[in-house]
Design a protein around this ligand. Structure first.
Ligand SMILES: [Fe+2]
Length: 443
């Protein structure tokens, strides 16, 4: 009887992802998160302890393997003592290399001074022609995070394979001496520890803290591929998609000219290379925090009715810095996702304020399609609409939620907007399709 109960408990723990030969201790890891490494066969594991390890000789590491009862491989972690206004913590980073494609790995993070529970993730298949789903959203707060339960359930049920959080975390990572960031990342652990969590910074990562995005830079890892070792802009490939993370914040931050120009140089080069590589990654999708096509209420992004300097600055640039739209048009970017305004909006294919609506505009689109998915949920509430839809606005809904982008193959994407205010139903959807080898001839 005892034995049966023991087996039952073990199985129950396994079903929760909790197996474990090792016990948690006072210095146990927390806030475990994973992200894609530079090498497609790698995964980066990060975690935090609030105290330093007791013994300076203790080696933090990740132990991992395909058998949850036998984590036979290990990778040592670096330690970053992260000191910030009001506090400090220790952040560990380990990179698991040479992983087998399409394989579930189990892992524990920590050291002999305390181990995490056992978590798992699944690597993507090899090559570039496989289907998967990416969850995309911005503006997810520590309070009133309407999408949180759906994302948590979605991660547990493998409804998506990777996440792209396009700015504004926790509200804010630095608030209350970083404690809000810690609370949010503890809550997000069940999602972040199992699905690669790719990020780009928003205004809440720098606004008012005067700390130069320091929590964003220290708490997250992205596969940086720029010469500036800057995690604010980077790109990566998953299957048939080339993703580009772009900082809209550099257009609003101090010292605008050198930062924007550095990013722009990198961006043009990256997009040109990607556009010449369509045979491998036919899709190019960008993510940036703030929109420049938005018919929503927030005047600080790009409402065409309320024309102000900031609206067109990020879109078109000025005499000192270039804007973002031209390289997106020139290099035939397929979709751009952004947030910042806390509602949903889908555009028609649009370039230079002109919408292309004839026929099925989403088949062989003549210009980029923009999706505002900044309504994951936070204490600032809905942005709302105060103006009629702009001519390029195809759909807008003032509800919280997030995007599921189903990447089917080289010719078909299917986008669903999940309604977190209505039990996770689909509030909008669209197929983006193109003929094999389609080349946009915008000009
Ligand atoms: Fe924002």
């Amino acid at each position: 009887m005892f034995c049966k109960i023991g087996i039952f408990l073990l199985v129950a723990k396994l079903s929760e992802g909790l197996v474990l030969p090792r016990q948690a201790a006072s210095n146990a890891p927390e806030q475990i998160r994973i992200s894609l490494g530079k090498d497609p066969n790698s995964m980066v594991i990060m975690w935090t302890t609030m105290q330093a390890l007791n013994n300076p000789l203790t080696v933090p590491q990740v132990v991992y393997g395909v058998n949850p009862f036998y984590l036979k491989s290990s990778s040592n972690a670096s330690i970053n003592k992260f000191v910030y206004s009001g506090g400090q913590q220790y952040i560990y980073t380990a990179t698991l290399q040479n992983l087998t494609p399409a394989t579930r790995y189990y892992y524990q993070a920590g050291s002999t001074e305390g181990w995490s529970l056992t978590w798992n993730f699944t690597t993507f298949p090899s090559g570039n022609n496989f289907p998967y789903t990416v969850a995309i959203f911005g503006d997810l707060g520590n309070k009133d995070g309407a999408s949180y339960p759906f994302l948590k359930q979605g991660a547990a049920n493998n409804q998506f394979d990777i996440i792209f959080h396009i700015g504004d975390f926790a509200y804010n990572l630095f608030t209350n001496d970083g404690k809000v960031g810690d609370e949010w990342m503890r809550e997000m652990q069940e999602i972040m520890a199992t699905k690669p969590y790719m990020v780009i910074a928003g205004n809440h990562e720098w606004e008012s803290d005067n700390m130069n995005f320091t929590h964003y830079r220290n708490r997250f890892s992205v596969p940086i591929n720029n010469a500036y070792n800057d995690s604010q802009f980077y790109s990566f490939n998953v299957g048939p998609v080339h993703y580009v993370g772009v900082s809209s914040e550099y257009y609003f931050y101090e010292n605008v000219v050198p930062l924007v120009n550095a990013q722009y140089q990198w961006l043009v080069n990256d997009l040109k290379t990607a556009d010449a590589n369509r045979q491998n990654q036919p899709w190019i999708i960008a993510g940036q925090h703030r929109p420049y096509y938005s018919s929503q209420k927030d005047d600080s992004c790009c409402n065409e009715v309320v024309e102000n300097y900031l609206d067109y600055f990020m879109k078109d640039g000025n005499s000192t810095v270039p804007g973002l739209e031209k390289p997106y048009i020139d290099n035939s970017v397929d979709m751009v996702f952004w947030g910042h305004v806390h509602s949903y909006e889908r555009t028609y294919p649009v370039a230079n304020m002109t919408a292309y609506k004839d026929g099925n505009p989403y088949h062989n689109p003549k210009a980029p399609v923009y999706i505002c998915t900044g309504g994951a949920g936070n204490q600032e509430g809905h942005t709302g609409f105060t103006h009629p839809p702009s001519p390029w606005s195809a759909q807008r809904i003032d509800r919280f939620g997030y995007t599921l982008l189903h990447v089917y193959n080289n010719t078909h994407l299917y986008m669903e907007q999940i309604d977190a205010n209505n039990n996770g139903t689909v509030m909008d959807s669209v197929w983006i399709t193109k003929d094999p080898g389609f080349q946009r001839n915008f000009w």
